[in-house]
Write a protein that binds this ligand. Structure first.
Ligand SMILES: *[C@@H]1O[C@H](CO)[C@@H](O)[C@H](O)[C@H]1NC(C)=O
Ligand SMILES: *[C@@H]1O[C@H](CO)[C@@H](O)[C@H](O)[C@H]1NC(C)=O
Ligand SMILES: *[C@@H]1O[C@H](CO)[C@@H](O)[C@H](O)[C@H]1NC(C)=O
Ligand SMILES: *[C@@H]1O[C@H](CO)[C@@H](O)[C@H](O)[C@H]1NC(C)=O
Ligand SMILES: *[C@@H]1O[C@H](CO)[C@@H](O)[C@H](O)[C@H]1NC(C)=O
Length: 431
């Protein structure tokens, strides 16, 4: 009996390893085009990569950690070299490298967030379970509060209008937030439940409830709930990056950003830190007043906002972006003169539309913005590698090549940039 099971096991293992070969020392499965036959079985987190892509190389250690972390879950973590297995790239419509996909049966989700271990792991864990996960033990709340800095919680039975709508919205946002359901006796002291059903979002160690809805008007609640979840799924003062800025645009609020700069070690200079904390204090102390119309945050890569503002902003500085119209507002006062009070006046002016606004979405502005982006990209390429940039522009073919690269592998441009920074930091160490 034992030998029979073992025999089966060995055979199974053998069959399996014919499809997959383990990368040495890592839990990441190196997949081939035979992945196309099995990708609908179970859950997969796969990275589509190309060996020449610098961003893929940088993701490699992160990916091993992700695999390590998800080892005890049903999620299998793998990667596909799309230069060797082109059919896989075609089947999944891969447009750039690396592309991170979560696959579950017929469902397919692409990951656009920051490529850090924690964010990728959370993405996979959210999608791994059902859209709304049930909490059945009071103790679980301690673990959940510790592991999840932000989650939604529905308290009540799995029936009724609010539950239906909650479930539907959870389905839409499953890749972006954790959604739970539990009962009053289990929630106990973990959330301020007065009546059921109740709905909360947990962040920064507090629960905020969903109120002001009238359950007899289903369409209205449907809309309000969607907007509420979409707005509440961000921390009060998140760090805004290339990975999440597009999501923040979907809030349709004004983005109030403290712009600072961080060095290689992700450290921010003390004066900038002070400014950032001052901006944070505005939203922390006046959450009720500003929350509906303004999403606050801070940004540590100034070029991201420079491209939006179409100018080089001083550091630190404050910028407010209207995410529906793409207009931006910059306070008249110099940064040193900004206090919470001045910022509040400025936000009021934005609300009553008396603050001057710049930019927008007109074609003229868009052309100018593209031109500005191209100029700054070229400038940073020049700083990174003057010879290569010179050669590229010395020949028309090079120019064409650059445009092709720019559209097919947009990452490659800033890859140059970052490598340059690494090089200069090692110079500094040598000095
Ligand atoms: C929800 O919050 C409001 C005020 O913010 C409060 O009056 C109400 O009691 C809360 N409801 C629950 C169920 O906690
Ligand atoms: C909810 O809406 C219905 C009609 O849409 C109205 O009759 C009722 O008074 C409202 N309830 C509350 C508490 O506002
Ligand atoms: C809620 O609104 C969405 C569109 O935003 C719609 O597709 C869905 O059917 C609505 N659900 C209900 C129960 O009205
Ligand atoms: C963005 O600008 C438009 C047009 O000025 C305005 O109607 C809208 O309310 C603004 N958005 C926010 C969140 O204030
Ligand atoms: C807009 O708000 C600012 C600040 O409160 C105020 O000084 C200004 O008079 C307001 N403008 C209009 C047109 O209401």
């Amino acid at each position: 009996m034992v030998s029979l099971t073992r025999g089966c096991f060995v055979a199974l293992l053998y069959a399996f390893s014919a499809i997959l070969t383990n990368t040495a020392g890592s839990r990441v499965l190196e997949l081939s085009d035979r992945f196309l036959d099995i990708h609908k079985d179970g859950q997969w987190l796969v990275m589509m990569y190309a060996p020449w892509c610098a961003h893929c190389k940088r993701l490699e250690p992160v990916w091993s950690h992700v695999a390590q972390h998800l080892h005890a879950t049903p999620i299998r973590v793998g990667r596909v070299d799309c230069t060797r297995f082109n059919s896989v790239a075609t089947a999944f419509k891969v447009k750039g490298f690396p592309t991170i996909l979560f696959l579950k049966g017929d469902q397919e989700y692409a990951y656009y967030g920051d490529r850090t271990r924690d964010e990728i792991v959370k993405f996979a864990l959210r999608l791994s379970g059902p859209p709304v996960q049930e909490i059945t033990k009071p103790q679980s709340f301690f673990t959940i509060k510790k592991d999840r800095d932000l989650y939604f919680l529905y308290v009540g039975d799995r029936s009724g209008v609010l539950w239906e709508l909650y479930h539907r919205v959870a389905n839409i946002f499953q890749a972006h937030a954790f959604f739970y359901q539990s009962h009053p006796t289990i929630v106990d002291k973990h959330a301020p439940v007065e009546n059921v059903p109740a709905l909360f979002v947990y962040k920064e160690s507090s629960h905020y409830n969903f109120t002001g809805h009238n359950l007899s008007d289903i369409d209205k609640v449907n809309e309000t709930l969607y907007k509420w979840v979409n707005a509440e799924r961000f921390p009060t003062f998140p760090k805004v990056t290339r990975g999440n800025i597009n999501q923040l645009y979907l809030t349709n609020k004004n983005l109030v950003l403290a712009v600072v700069e961080e060095n290689q070690l992700e450290e921010v200079a003390p004066d900038m830190l002070e400014f950032r904390d001052m901006v944070e204090s505005v939203i922390k102390s006046k959450r009720e007043k500003y929350h509906d119309h303004f999403q606050f945050g801070w940004i540590a890569s100034p070029d991201l906002v420079n491209n939006i503002a179409m100018m080089v902003l001083p550091l630190p500085s404050l910028i407010v972006i209207n995410t529906t119209t793409n207009h931006h507002h910059i306070p008249d006062d110099e940064t040193e003169k900004l206090t919470p009070h001045v910022i509040e006046l400025f936000l009021e002016q934005i609300r009553n539309e008396s603050a001057p606004r710049y930019g927008g979405n007109s074609w003229l502005v868009r052309i100018y913005r593209s031109w500005f982006e191209m100029r700054t990209t070229l400038a940073s390429m020049w700083r990174g590698n003057p010879i290569l940039t010179g050669v590229m522009f010395g020949t028309p073919v090079g120019f064409l090549l650059l445009i092709c690269y720019g559209s097919f592998c947009p990452d490659i441009l800033d890859a140059n940039d970052e490598e340059d920074e690494n090089a200069s930091s090692s110079h500094m160490k040598n000095d």
